[in-house]
Design a protein around this ligand. Structure first.
Ligand code: UFG
Length: 326
């Protein structure tokens, strides 16, 4: 299939682009390179540099794309709290422009990067897809609004849409890993400490209602997440908007993650208590039963140790076996 990957120079988009190529698809990438990296776009993809509003319609026309996998977005929760307008414009506004471009050019399928952040502080755990959508920060709110738009585009214009609600993505695949600047995500920050690039990691809040007081998240390997996108692409049904949570169903606290990183890296990783970070829910753990049942998805790399080891290998260039051997 001819597919367009928006945000294909970013962390998750580049891994999905790589897997799409491996599966034999013809892959184009549209990315403004504001946070992505040119060298992350897998060889074999055609790269179009620019924004969705500026170039989306033109690129769809030129490539003859039959489907879009839409990753391009802002995705930092604390930034969204400080600058909500960036999220309404950059996430919702750009996606509406993309949907119109798709409609104009008769592109009938979209797989969208949604997020666990749409659920806010959930009532129960693990979270199923029919849990109330009550985002606790503008990032989650912008993604929830896009999900609503997708439902309407499917109902009224007949597109086939799948929203994948990611929990906490980590790890690396085929030399593609997380490279944000500045980095805000827990595992890459802890690994920066292990590499001697930071003195310590701050634990944001230790007074949450969790076993050890730090926040609990469901960490999923980026390669497993990517595999779900290929299944979702096949699972787009005209006139339907399908929604799936993607996680492993197991929660790890910030303190537990740091401990696993210590074991994988062999580094002591000093950790210091810090204030809560605005917008953080206490616990986010997925029920991915629907994705397993309806898409036939099985995460093949669910162990946190493996997820961290692959991230560590990416950051150090060492192999997981070397790491285990010290
Ligand atoms: N944390 C720290 N110290 C740090 C960085 C993070 O204690 O230096 C904590 C956070 O407070 C949070 C947990 O580690 O409790 C995970 O934080 P991340 O920033 O790694 O990830 P988030 O849970 O905030 O968000 C990520 C994605 C979102 C997605 C969400 C879904 O960035 O896009 O997972 O769970 F919506």
């Amino acid at each position: 299939m001819r597919v367009l990957v928006t945000g294909g120079a970013g962390y998750i988009g580049s891994v999905v682009a790589a897997q799409l190529l491996e599966a034999g698809h013809e892959v184009s990438v549209l990315d403004d390179l504001s946070t992505g990296h040119r060298d992350a776009v897998p060889a074999g993809c055609r790269l179009f540099e620019g924004g969705i509003r500026e170039r989306g319609a033109e690129v769809l026309a030129e490539t003859g794309a039959e489907a879009v996998l839409h990753f391009a977005a802002r995705s930092v929760v604390p930034e969204s709290v400080a600058h909500p307008e960036r999220y309404w414009d950059g996430n919702l506004g750009c996606t509406l422009a993309l949907l119109e471009a798709m409609r104009t050019h008769g592109v009938g399928r979209i797989v969208f990067s949604s997020t666990a952040a749409v659920y806010g502080e959930p009532e129960s755990s693990p979270i199923p897809e029919d849990a109330p959508v009550r985002p606790g920060n503008p990032y989650g709110a912008s993604k929830a609004a896009i999900d609503t738009a997708l439902t309407e585009y499917a109902r009224l214009h007949g597109i086939g849409a799948v929203s994948l609600r990611y929990f906490n993505v980590a790890g690396a695949y085929a030399g593609l890993g997380e490279r944000h600047d500045p980095e805000t995500h827990l595992i890459p920050i802890v690994l920066q400490v292990a590499r001697g690039l930071r003195e310590s990691v701050a634990v944001y809040g230790e007074d949450y209602p969790t076993a050890d007081g730090s926040c609990v998240r469901d960490y999923i390997h980026v390669a497993d997440l990517a595999e779900a996108h290929l299944l979702a692409l096949d699972g787009c049904r005209p006139g339907e908007h399908r929604v799936f949570n993607l996680g492993n169903g197991t929660g790890f606290s910030v303190r537990e993650v740091i401990d696993v990183c210590r074991k994988v890296t062999g580094h002591p990783v000093p950790a210091v208590s810090a204030e809560r970070r605005p917008g953080d829910p206490a616990t986010l753990v997925a029920s991915s039963e629907s994705a397993r049942r309806e898409l036939g998805w099985t995460p093949r790399r669910p162990e946190l140790h493996r997820i961290v080891a692959d991230a560590w290998e990416f950051h150090t260039g060492r192999t997981a076996a070397d790491t285990a051997a010290g």
